[in-house]
Design a binder for this molecule. Sequence first.
Ligand SMILES: [Zn+2]
Length: 708
Amino acid sequence: MAGAYAIIEPSIFANLKSQDEDSWFNRPMRWAQLTLVENDPGQFDPDFWLSYFKKIHADGTTLSAGGVVAYYPTDVPLHHRSNWLGNTDPFGYLLEGSRKMNMSVIARTDPHAARQNVYDTHPDWIAVTADGKKRRHWANKDLWVTCALGPYNFDFMTQVNKEIMERYQPDGIFSNRWAGHGICYCEHCRKNFSEYSGIDLPQNSNRYNPSYQKYLEWSTNRLKELWIMWDGVIRKEKPSSRFIPNGFPDKVVTGQLSDIVFTDHQARSGTTLPWSNGKVAKELRASIGMKPLGGIFSVGFEEQYRWKDSVQSEAEIRIWVAEGTANGMRPWFTKFSGVLYDRRWLDIVNKIYQVHYRNESYLRNISPMATVGMVFSEQNRNYGGEIWQQNNGDHSLGMYHALIEDRMPFEMVNDRLLDAEHLKAFKLLLLPNIASLSTEQCTQLRKYVEGGGSIVATFETSLYDEEGRRRIDFGLADLFGVSYDKSIEGPMQNSYLRLKNDPVTNQFHPVLKDLEDAYRIINTINQVKVIPRASFPSPVTLIPSYPDLPMEDVYPRTPETDIRELYLRDTGKARIAYFPGDIDRTFWQIMCADHGRLLRNTIRWALKEEPIVNVIGPGVIDVTVWRQKDSMTVHLVNLTNPMMMKGPFREFIPVDAQVSIKIPEDVKVSGVHLLVSGKKTDFKNNEDKIILNVSQIHDHEIIGVDLV
Ligand SMILES: [Zn+2]
């Protein structure tokens, strides 16, 4: 099946380290992608594009080479030369022009579709639907969808990759839509899956179906095999060159196999929040470390109707890219079609790239400096079937949003990378309903706490093992100090949280800051019933549900209980906070400010120290902090906008902020710059901090702090 090419683990190759400054992986800071359409050759002006790349200081480019259409005079049988190609070689021309400007060059292929002659010659290369029919392309009825896991990719595309490498020696080959589109029932997939698993292909992609879970395991392995095989062929022609998949289903494997990674999260659609681009960057960085990470952004709308030639507003494009840059991604614009219709985006991308180029040395990050880590999970596809587990992703969205509202710098943490090395930067870990944790993962978290690390966890965290089997008790029961009481309550109508001061000292616990006069706030929607195994303070207790109609009946039947809704404890140097309620998910769904405050206060209490950056002032600002060789930077992305929770930004609403930044002990500050606006700034030293005012932040300001 693997054709003439053996499977070779990449580690045996002489390995250029991705962080080497001069490697082609690390050198480019700004990428430009031109995806040609079939009738571009002879019609578009390649010199216009080369001069645009030069103008915007792009230092890496991705150019259309082959796959469904070849943009060079290919000799691979069935590799379709553009009908407009004639005797030209637009890929070769653009590649040479880019090389003359010292750009890194990646060749782009797209293997997901093929023509009738491919179908006629190799019908077994075409994907098959569940009812046994060859699969027509959903968007273009002249084309067929190819099988990603059979000989079309393993044999035919391998020849294409080899030819591109032999003739042009690009720095890498980037493959779009290489991983298939749903389950393929072709003869190869049926046979290979049955040999692997002993069962037939699943009839649907219901994620709770065990045979579908097996299918995901098999197809992921098969794609990994394909990746390693193509990578081997590519490196054989040029050892520094790489295969770069556009997406792979497993982030940990992505980190193991890649020297450079690109995210394909091009713009928002529907109600995607603008910080979503930063979240994608954080999740990948948690899995790939500081390997170069490019953020592909389109300049158009990303909606189901696929207006691929559209152009968005300037504010929309800028805020999306700012989120990526603030989170350590290197911008990569992508444009489809060499002939331009709406040219408005050209100036917008130029502006973004000029600011980036001017401040490049402050954007070559060595490491993030945030000390708060939020755990996310890719494991356990079994979890989520119960009624109280629906919209499970809302837990992390709510926690993420609470952190953004608090302007808290934080990183994401991959739950499969909880070893001491990956956790050493963090003083606090957040576990937003990380329900499935293996015994080993629980042990890793216990060690983290023994070493002084603190934890805030919610709802069913650790109540299931990695396979999704419910435990008798929480895997982290000893850390939480509570045990599972065998039921989940909810959805709860008209229930409240009673907020109380300490009866002995008369003081309010710090988790109740700005809630001192509340007496009570709304409860979460669902909660885990638990039995405390230790003694706890009781700043937050339950007021059980009571009737909400008729209005005459709306009075609490049990106005006070001693059932805690937040379990707070000190253990050694660590602090542990456990919410039995789904406060993070409820916050996301209801957006009650009180829940945001309670989460903020609890996170700050558990952190036990001031965050590395504090930002005071109005508005919604995403804050990230980075270390470079001779500096540190604080990124402020201004998300303040009436359109923030829905559609595209129309304009910016500038805000002022007072920022205090903790300076590492071993260095001194020699200068402070506002890198985006270029405005002069004064700063005050205050013990281990500097304090400065930043006025009129539009989309993005970067505070550059020179260190000696
Ligand atoms: Zn197939």
